[in-house]
Design a protein around this ligand. Structure first.
Ligand code: ZN
Length: 138
């Protein structure tokens, strides 16, 4: 069995952002030389997500509004976590949107559904953060 590991780094200009990372993950798969197996992609931070959905800007605005209704960023004082930090909302948003995805690798390609794209979801950005890509197979 072959195994491949790589960290992808992100530094967003805004606090919240969705980034389509499918091309970077596909590049990792190419580098790995693995043609049959599994590809894990996970956020390495507890205020960021990796998830799979449609690359459609209206939907991304809907996610933003929905998450703000569930866990509004402000006022910061509404959260017990925000004693020394201001990112309680980001922890909650990350939990809803998920930590990781696993994609099947078939014939050297990411075996995604027709509209599936892999996203990095940043909820407390403006600093360098990482995503782990781990691919195993043969
Ligand atoms: Zn925190």
């Amino acid at each position: 069995m072959k195994s491949y590991r790589k960290e992808l780094w992100f530094h967003t200009n805004s606090r919240r952002e969705f980034i389509n990372i499918t091309p970077q993950v596909a590049q990792c798969l190419k580098e790995s030389g693995i043609t049959e197996g599994l590809c894990l992609v996970n956020a390495m931070h507890i205020t960021a997500s990796v998830f799979i959905n449609d690359d459609e800007s209206g939907l991304h605005q809907d996610f933003e509004m929905w998450l703000e209704k569930l866990a509004p960023e402000k006022p910061y004082s509404q959260y017990r976590h925000n004693g020394f930090e201001d990112n309680a909302d980001a922890h909650l948003k990350r939990t809803i949107m998920g930590r990781e995805v696993v994609v099947a690798v078939t014939e050297g390609k990411l075996d995604l559904g027709p509209w599936e794209q892999i996203f990095y979801g940043e909820f407390d950005g403006k600093r360098r953060k990482r995503v782990l890509v781990k691919i195993i197979g043969e």
